[in-house]
Design a protein around this ligand. Structure first.
Ligand SMILES: [Zn+2]
Length: 670
């Protein structure tokens, strides 16, 4: 046998045994035998390095990367709509039935195959991990991306290759894109935390965070040391041999060598509810975290008929198991003022132990929520706490001690008379210098998903505001070591740390900086979206309200807030001061430069032959174009399908270029 043949044979044997061990959990040889095969292959490859191929089992751990490259997804990764209880689940099913079967009574005569009892639903574990998309060409693993925002992910191929349940080579040479959830088994999570503790390193709050922290390591060696695994839950096959149902897809993926999510096909919603109950009974005994059950319409033709909203598929829903909750006494309703100036009611509770910590306060969010829950002081309340989330009151029951509380007239912090705002719910503190508002703003600015500046705890921020040393976030960057040493408990070393933390934060990501500004309604996700459309702060400043409105994922109210924020002199002055003091926000989404239709605006009218309107819009958006629904002077192109509407006339009257479906196809082709 020649060397090449020998190597091929060894690789096949190793792959098969690795599959039996990591995917099937059913090893057929002893560990030492496996190790022997592996070292034999390594030895041969060392002797004949020209015979090494990237899909060889010895090549799972690659070199260190400098950063993860942002790469657009070929097909968008949607999120799922949640159902929090049986009623919401039934509502979802009703909508599915209505959409699939507009003339519902017809089915009674047996004319339709979609009667209530026989919509096939696939139920599977909702795994609490990280979604990834893996591409296979000719059966070889070529690229793996994180979900990112669903449109653009990060290329983590090298790290994914270290996960042994991800096949580098499939059993057949097919092209397929699969989606799966990367997770860390509960047992591995516990031993990892123990190890981290021993090494004096940061421990992880839950298996999900541990998996996320492990997969985003620039050095794949570290990822390889962490015990990560995958459950594959979807596959996109193209061509006429593509499976016709979700369950058939999963079966096919399993045949190809993937570790697939467990799936049960049931009839109708009652079948799904039964299945959920079964899963709820066993889930605590599983070695991976599940927080619910995903329910999908099994038939792919029906899935296509149902389609998507702008955010989620209509043919699937994620049933969430109710969180852990405990009853306690509500002693008193207190008020606090947040960074936006809005007054929030807070429940002061008889302390209870919940989800691993003692809880004595819970958010009541706003006065509408208080009204909805009919909350009074002295009630018995059901309090829920999920990991990393502020405790929340779910339900209230009256007792003999229950009595209504009165609304505050003045700000609990600065005692300014509270006001109501037009078009806004609730009471507001109108005092711009209210120190709790300033504290809230700075706390938000330094927080993890914003500028992520370490060391600025509540007490330091409180002192900086109370001593009048800081009025805006930009002022932070003027503070010197001497300034910090004026604060209680700050010595030279801790002061230097604070100065350094500020200095380090100057080279920040644009999305984090935008989030840090605290524009109302603009959070982490919307900041990411803005970064895909605008290169820098200057471009956002120049954007018209219409530009902002046309962006997918930016609602009308949010667009208005962004526009107003960047047309307020005070805000601009603060941003300019920050930039002058050295903040350099860098846009991580460099990819947008390559989008060939970036900034162009397309309106579609009439019916297209080859694409649904959603699909056409999705293609355009993936190339950076905007797709507003109506024609205006800012429209660059109108795509006219069959039976175009008045939009075509308007386009002609405005002299806008009209494209046929053919021309559109040419334009978006590679
Ligand atoms: Zn106030």
């Amino acid at each position: 046998m020649d060397i090449q043949e020998k190597i091929t044979k060894l690789r096949k044997e190793i792959e098969l045994n690795s599959y039996l061990y990591y995917v099937e959990d059913n090893p057929k040889i002893e560990d030492y035998e496996y190790d022997k095969l592996f070292s034999e292959l390594e030895k041969l490859e060392n002797e004949y390095p020209e015979l090494i191929t990237p899909d060889s089992p010895t090549q799972r751990v690659g070199g260190i990367s400098e950063k993860f490259e942002a790469v657009p997804h070929r097909i968008r990764l949607y999120s799922l709509e949640n159902s929090n209880d049986e009623a919401e689940l039934k509502k979802w099913y009703e909508r599915v039935m209505k959409d699939l079967n507009p003339g519902a009574q017809i089915s009674l005569f047996g004319g339709s195959h979609k009667t209530e009892s026989d919509i096939q639903l696939a139920c599977e574990y909702k795994i609490d991990g990280l979604a990834v998309a893996l591409t296979y060409k000719d059966g070889k693993f070529t690229q793996g991306l994180t979900r990112g925002d669903g449109f653009i992910g990060e290329d983590i191929t090298n790290n994914l290759k270290t996960i042994k349940s991800i096949p580098l080579k499939l059993f057949e040479p097919v092209d397929v894109e699969v989606r799966g959830e990367i997770y860390m088994p509960k047992s591995s999570f516990e031993s990892l935390n123990k190890k981290q503790e021993e090494l004096g390193q940061k421990t992880f709050a839950n298996p999900r965070n541990a998996a996320a922290g492990s997969i985003r390591q620039l050095d794949p060696k570290i990822t390889a040391e962490r015990d990560l695994s995958i459950w594959v839950y979807a596959g996109i096959f193209e061509g006429k041999d593509a499976p016709k149902s979700h369950s058939a897809t999963i079966k096919r993926l399993k045949e190809l060598g993937f570790k697939t999510n467990k799936i049960s096909v049931v009839k109708g919603i009652n079948g799904a509810i039964k299945c959920i109950k079964k899963i709820d009974e066993v889930r605590k005994t599983l070695d991976f975290a599940t927080d619910g059950v995903v329910i999908k319409v099994d038939d792919i033709q029906s899935q296509n008929e149902l389609g998507f909203t702008s955010r989620v598929p209509k043919w699937a829903t994620a049933y969430k198991f109710p969180p852990e909750a405990v009853w306690t006494d509500l002693l008193k309703v207190d008020f606090q003022v947040g960074r936006t100036g809005v007054i929030t009611p807070v429940a002061i509770l008889k302390p209870i132990s919940l989800a691993g910590s003692v809880v004595s306060r819970a958010s009541l969010y706003n006065f509408d929520e208080v009204k909805r829950l009919d909350i009074m002081e002295g009630d018995r309340v059901l309090v829920k706490k999920a990991a990393e989330i502020i405790p929340k009151v779910l339900k209230a029951e009256k007792t003999d001690a229950s009595k209504p509380f009165s609304m505050p007239d003045n700000c609990p912090c600065c005692h300014t008379k509270l006001i109501e705002k037009e078009n806004e719910v609730g009471l507001w503190c109108p005092n711009k210098d209210c120190s709790d508002i300033l504290k809230g703003k700075i706390e938000y600015f330094v927080s993890k998903y914003a500028m992520d500046i370490e060391g600025f705890g509540e007490s330091i921020i409180a002192q900086l505001i109370d001593k009048g040393m800081v009025k805006t976030w930009a002022d932070l960057y003027e503070l010197s070591l001497l300034d910090f040493m004026k604060l209680d408990l700050i010595k030279e070393k801790s002061g230097t740390n604070l100065v350094n933390a500020l200095e380090n934060s100057k080279n920040c990501k644009l999305n984090k900086f935008i989030n840090a500004l605290g524009i109302r309604l603009v959070g982490k996700e919307s900041a990411d979206i803005l970064c895909r459309y605008f290169k820098n702060i200057d471009e956002i400043k120049k954007a018209s309200l219409e530009d902002l409105n046309a962006i997918e994922g930016i609602g009308d109210k949010m667009a208005k807030n962004i526009y107003e924020y960047f047309h307020n002199e005070e805000n601009i002055a603060i941003i300019e001061k920050g930039l002058e003091l050295g903040i350099k926000p860098e846009n991580a989404y460099t990819i947008s430069d390559n989008l060939k239709l970036k900034g162009k605006s397309f309106v579609i009218t009439g019916t297209l032959n080859e694409f649904s309107r959603d699909k056409a819009q999705e293609i355009l958006k993936s190339l950076g174009a905007k797709t507003p629904s109506s024609v205006s002077r800012n429209t660059d192109y109108v795509i006219a399908g069959e039976n175009p509407g008045s939009k075509l006339d308007k386009a002609k009257s405005l002299g806008i270029t009209v494209l046929s479906e053919e021309e559109f196809k040419k334009m978006v082709e590679d």
